[in-house]
Design a protein around this ligand. Structure first.
Ligand SMILES: [Zn+2]
Ligand SMILES: [Zn+2]
Length: 333
């Protein structure tokens, strides 16, 4: 029995290694696997700089950012941050990344190992639909007169290497409002959205938008309210601190499939892909700590979020030198 478990751990370790510098978590499904990965982490043992959202306060910030409004905004980011639990790796993943490395999880194409990563609610449509056919995979199987069911649409943003295409999106559960749980044990007691399509994606930029639905109007109301609050707080904080010359970079993620954790740091370089007078399409390198499971997490860049986080930067991988992280490409204003 012990040998069989050792053999499974070996499979997981090899699968983890097949992502190169990228930061998904591969594990046995559910809470025991997440806890095991968290406890055995070799990248950031102890996770001192990953603050549970309930404990996050001004003392975790520095200088001018020790401000209640900033704390509130970070909590608001956590309210729109989602856990992605995926159970399929697409046969369509390419051989190489644009940087010439082996594409993450190329070796797992066509397999059903459980992977987790992070994303965020980038858009929540104004209307809860009724009298229309629901596009979700469950409803689409039904005879057409049964497909008419109330639903609300949400767009979730993440990294392409986390959710590569529709075949992966359809096998992904999008967990919402997953903060620090009262207990470290037991099943995850959270609500999930159902993905049904790819909104937009870019392999080179490593960003992906996923179309999701829920049939639960109460959940929908809560998502919509938290999303609007998040946008408002982010714009207020952006305006308040825009003139401060500092490279603050904050990440909220689900490291090793745990409840939302905040990490705080600074960006130290920016690569531009495109820019004009209205926007910059770029990526950032930062010292903000990340761990496996942080892929796709929202990266807050001070002074660049005047329009919220639609099209902003998902965390992508470990950069160079290896203590730094690097984001996917995103749009700044
Ligand atoms: Zn870790
Ligand atoms: Zn449906």
């Amino acid at each position: 029995m012990a040998e069989a478990v050792d053999g499974l751990h070996e499979v997981l370790n090899r699968a983890m290694a097949s992502q190169g510098r990228y930061e998904n978590q591969i594990t046995f499904e559910g809470r025991p696997g997440y806890n095991d990965a968290w406890n055995k982490c070799s990248k950031n043992p102890g996770h001192t700089y990953f603050i549970p959202i309930k404990e996050f306060s001004v003392r975790h910030l520095f200088g001018p950012f020790q401000d209640d409004q900033m704390v509130e905004m970070v909590r608001s980011i956590a309210d729109v941050t989602v856990l992605l639990e995926n159970k399929f790796t697409s046969t369509e993943r390419p051989e190489m990344t644009s940087a010439g490395e082996e594409y993450p999880f190329k070796a797992l194409r066509g397999t059903e190992l459980a992977r987790s990563s992070t994303g965020w609610i980038a858009r929540a449509r104004k209307k809860f639909e009724s009298g229309k056919e629901c596009p979700c995979p469950e409803c689409i199987q039904l005879p057409s007169h049964h497909r008419v069911r109330p639903f609300g649409k949400v767009i979730v943003w993440t990294a392409t290497h986390s959710i590569y295409d529709l075949s992966e999106a359809l096998k992904t559960k999008v967990g919402v409002f997953y903060h620090e749980e009262d207990s470290f044990e037991g099943d995850l007691n959270i609500d999930y959205l159902q993905p049904y399509g790819i909104f937009a994606k870019d392999d080179i930029g490593d960003w992906c938008g996923i179309k999701c639905v829920t049939h639960d109007i109460n959940l929908w109301d809560k998502i919509r309210e938290k999303f609007l609050t998040f946008n408002k707080k982010m714009k207020e904080v952006d305006a308040k601190f825009r003139a401060v010359e500092d490279n603050l970079a904050i990440i909220v993620s689900h490291p090793h499939g745990q409840g939302a954790r905040v990490s705080v740091g600074r960006w130290n370089y920016r690569d531009d892909m495109n820019h004009n007078d209205d926007f910059i399409q770029c990526r950032y390198g930062y010292d903000t700590p990340t761990c496996p499971g942080s892929s796709g997490a929202p990266v807050f860049i001070l002074g660049r979020m005047s329009r919220g986080m639609y099209l902003a930067h998902p965390h992508s991988h470990v950069g160079e030198p290896t203590q730094y992280g690097e984001s996917a490409y995103g749009i700044n204003y």
